[in-house]
Design a protein around this ligand. Structure first.
Ligand code: CAA
Length: 385
């Protein structure tokens, strides 16, 4: 008998500071509607020096792990492209912070924004073979370009934590998926750089081409067509990107279905519009946003397009489960976003410069930053505290 496997729980964390995109546009001499409509972003998470991928992941994962569940986690797969160490996996720091059993495998997975999807699919395959096992999959990043660059409006950050199990509460994952990899220089970050290098327009074209390729291959493999889907969830580096992706396939649907797919997309982009790019976590924040704001019923088939520059794309699908609302805390996310404090453009620039300092003194909390459950207090003897 085939075991049904998928996402049982989702937790999310983003720091308590944000930048208003209309204010950033004005400061950069742009029409605010370029950022609000043309790019499709309203707010952007600002990541203080007290938060990095490990602390953000711990803040997200602690929401979904009870003490009993912690004892059952067999593996941590940590997707990120904002690694804090070239050798030690962030998953090892995370497993320690969460108090997981030493009998846990803990590794980092890297392929740009695709890393969490790689983690999710590897986790699902592992649980299919070991149905008692629970796997913690993380997508945590700080999306960082440069001050006054075209990419600046597409920054953001945060972490998504997913628990992958047999008989999941939220979504069962199909075994069939389509993936595509090509060596493409659309976005990359050599180890000597703290900001990404990007060929912006080219990257958006590669994203759309890869979506076309994997969607066509998926349909051929499964004999499914757009009619079989209730919603599509996209990697959202900025919300306009997913909107363009959806537009590519909407003509394949009848007018009524087009309307409901568009409504589902609006729901799926709402939280991303207020947080910005999470790189690895963006697709899964978009799933959470759809679950929170969409009108879905159990049994709905959701299609997912994951994209990581460099480049790898994957299309896969899953079926929404009857108790999906129990797998996440929507009210906590509403509170987290509502309680964030707005910083000015000048404050954001100061925090941006402080964020990746290698200074070994205590890390200072920026004005207005709340201390989260897990935070980076500083570095001593080259070790994170
Ligand atoms: N009102 C409304 N819309 C306006 C406007 C106004 N006043 N002014 C401009 N616009 C529209 C433009 O028409 C354009 O819309 P379309 O894309 O629909 O044509 C949109 O605003 C953006 O304008 P530009 O193309 O002029 O924007 P830009 O040159 O400043 O750069 C960008 C946009 C290339 C996305 C840039 O932000 C960037 O390089 N971002 C980082 C790269 C990125 O996110 N790539 C995505 C694919 S790669 C990926 O997905 C992996 C990942 O996470 C990085």
């Amino acid at each position: 008998m085939t075991v049904s496997v998928g996402i049982d729980k989702i937790g999310f964390y983003t720091p308590s500071l944000y930048l208003d995109m209309a204010e950033l546009a004005t400061a950069r001499g742009e029409d605010p509607n370029k950022y609000l409509i043309g790019i499709g972003q309203s707010k952007q998470a600002v990541i203080p020096p007290t938060q990095d991928i490990v602390t953000m992941a711990a803040n997200a994962a602690s929401q979904i792990l009870t003490p009993a569940l912690k004892a059952e986690v067999a593996m941590v797969l940590f997707g990120t492209e904002s690694g804090i160490d070239n050798s030690k996996a962030s998953a090892v720091y995370l497993a320690h912070l969460l108090g997981l059993s030493p009998k846990t495998r803990a590794i980092e997975v890297k392929q740009a924004c695709y890393g969490a999807t790689a983690g999710l699919q590897l986790a699902a395959d592992y649980v299919r073979v070991h149905p008692q096992a629970k796997v913690l999959v993380i997508g945590a990043d700080v999306a960082r370009y440069g001050l006054r660059t075209a990419g600046e409006v597409t920054q953001g950050g945060g972490a998504v934590a997913m628990l992958v199990t047999a008989d999941p509460q939220i979504l069962t994952l199909d075994m069939v998926s389509s993936y595509h990899t090509e060596d493409v220089m659309d976005f990359w970050r050599p180890t000597y750089r703290t900001e990404a290098l990007v060929d912006g327009k080219y990257s958006t074209n590669v994203y759309l081409d890869f979506f076309k390729t994997v969607w066509a291959d998926y349909q051929q493999q499964t004999n499914r067509t757009i009619v079989d889907f209730d919603a599509f969830v996209f990697h959202l580096p900025f919300t306009k990107m997913g909107r363009k992706g959806l537009r590519q396939i909407l003509p394949e649907a009848q007018p009524d279905q087009q309307k409901s797919l568009k409504a589902a997309f609006e729901a799926s982009q709402e939280d991303n519009r207020n947080v910005g790019n999470l790189y690895t976590g963006s697709l899964y924040l978009s799933l959470l946003s759809l679950l929170r704001h969409g009108q879905l019923t159990a049994g709905a088939r959701l299609g997912f397009f994951s994209y990581g520059s460099g480049a790898e794309g994957e299309f896969f699908s899953g079926i929404l489960q009857p108790n999906y609302q129990r797998g996440f805390d929507g009210a906590a996310l509403t509170t987290l976003l509502a309680q964030r404090k707005r910083v000015s453009v000048a404050e954001y620039e100061d925090i941006y410069r402080a964020q990746l300092s290698n200074d070994s003194r205590d890390v200072q909390l920026p004005v207005g930053e709340e201390v989260a459950q897990y935070y980076l207090a500083g570095r001593q003897n080259q070790q994170r505290q």
